[in-house]
Design a protein around this ligand. Structure first.
Ligand SMILES: [Zn+2]
Length: 185
């Protein structure tokens, strides 16, 4: 199928993480971050897209169109990711891809804020824990390069086994491997 000319429905999306088990796992991970003492927690949904072709800037335009279509196809799933009373924020990043390179150099789109993160409640931590947490965060951020654009999105990459930019550094297996995307058959 041509994702540019064909309507994209949820049936074409793979790895949507919409099952009750996956939803529960996502929510447990959010609670884990809250119990660590994070002031605010947000979930970032990454949607990978097939590379788009086009003439000159047209390729970037087409990549953006596909990214918007897959984000729309995911709308119902995304709206049920978090319980209504959850204080976690929710961001969705449908990463448009342009043929000829990976999204680190040929990408389009920006993370969209679906829900603003509210201050975490119900997970009190001690002053000592807070000091340790702050020290660890400063240590982690001191080892990553400054963001090239805002909002800055870093990921704890299971493949690279390090924290890096979601898009601005090359990652051997790219974002596609562990996010959602249309199934092209
Ligand atoms: Zn990586």
């Amino acid at each position: 199928m041509n994702p540019l000319t064909t309507p994209i429905s949820i049936d074409y999306m793979k790895s949507t993480k919409a099952s009750p088990q996956k939803t529960r796992k996502i929510r447990l991970e959010i609670e884990k971050l809250m119990s660590l003492g994070c002031d605010r927690v947000a979930l970032l949904d990454l949607i990978a897209n097939p590379p788009a072709d086009g003439i000159n800037m047209g390729a970037w335009h087409n990549a953006s169109v596909i990214a918007l279509k897959t984000e729309s196809a995911m709308a119902d799933v995304l709206s049920h990711r978090l319980p209504p009373d959850c204080t976690a924020g929710h961001w969705v990043y449908s990463v448009g891809a342009v043929a000829g390179g990976d999204e680190t150099v040929r990408g389009s789109g920006l993370p969209q804020q679906y829900r603003e993160a509210q201050p975490t409640v119900g997970f009190p931590i001690s002053e000592a824990q807070r000091t340790e947490l702050n020290g660890a965060i400063v240590d982690i951020l001191s080892r990553v390069s400054p963001p090239y654009f805002l909002p800055a999105v870093y990921m704890n990459c299971r493949i690279c086994k390090r924290i890096h930019h979601a898009r601005s550094e090359s990652c051997p297996l790219t974002i596609k491997r562990f996010s959602t995307g249309p199934r092209l058959e």
